[in-house]
Design a protein around this ligand. Sequence first.
Ligand code: GAF
Length: 365
Amino acid sequence: MNAGTTPTAAEAFAACFAQPPRVVASAPGRVNLLGEHTDYNGGLVLPMALRDLCVNVAIGAGDTPGVIDVYSDIFRDTARRAITEAPSSHWSDYVLGAVKAAATEQVSREGIRIALTANVPLGAGLSSSAALEVATLRALATFYGVEADPVDVALRARSVENDFVGMPCGIMDQFASSVGQPGAALMLDTRTLDHTPAPTLTGHRFVILHSGVSHKLTEDGYATRVAECRAACTALGVEMLSDLGPADLGRIAEIASPLDRRARHIVTENRRVEAGFRALTEGDSATFGRLMVESHASQRDDYEITVPETDLLVETALTEGALGARQTGGGFGGALVVLLATERVEDWSDKMTRAFPATHVVAVT
Ligand code: GAF
């Protein structure tokens, strides 16, 4: 076992199945710097794959054709799923969905054993499920000796969510986990999948602070926003809300509430990603911080996906010297991403975690 209490995936596999695995693979979680809920609207996002927060998967041959035996160190639980099974709102659905998406034939013939471990916190808005899907797909590709093109892996991982788990998400999380370089942000156009790496801000750090409020995206909030965006498209006569720009804000204001505010968030958030990417390129931390604050306000007032706890944390983060702060990820709680001058990180983190005992610093990147 390694230094902490978390075993490696290989150790978890060996402990559960009494033999070593044949393949191990991992994939990172992500933090989104700007561009929230724009991805299923054909918009722009600015996520960063996380350096040390990953899901790890170990795989070995199974003993029963058509059966997946899976152990999760996160849940300290095992599951035995048939490859033909439908989803059952169980943690193993993500693994079953990934196996179905990539290796139905092989597993129908031989069965498979899988163990997983993770240090990406669940329910923090840091993409633990995308990391699990991508890590499983990577491990399966190596196990069966097939090419794993990163973009293809991202698309398959998203189809696990959309078509199997039933979560109507966009491509941001799976793309960041599969294609992104850990520690470097990238701007992604979710319609064309064009993507450009973004420079880091010298002398500054992004701190990821868990609010202590856990979110659950498969509950109604996320799907309701997706449905509202579709309704707003119909009201505005466009295919996707990202077809609209600042010049359309006048006519957006004329459609029914809350669709007007949902559409306004998407239009203004896309502009913030563009401006944010420019600010990173120019090393302009003050502008980037201001855009983060505006993004949080838009999530709070127009998209209505923040909670009182994250609103208060953002306010306090700024009072305590952050240049920018916002709730990150799917919303309704989870983590904040906070921009700080490097020399302020320690003192700031100390003050915040003392003032808000439910919070903790997940990573500094
Ligand atoms: C979740 C989804 F999975 C992403 O696709 C994205 O919509 C995000 O919420 C919000 O920006 O992480």
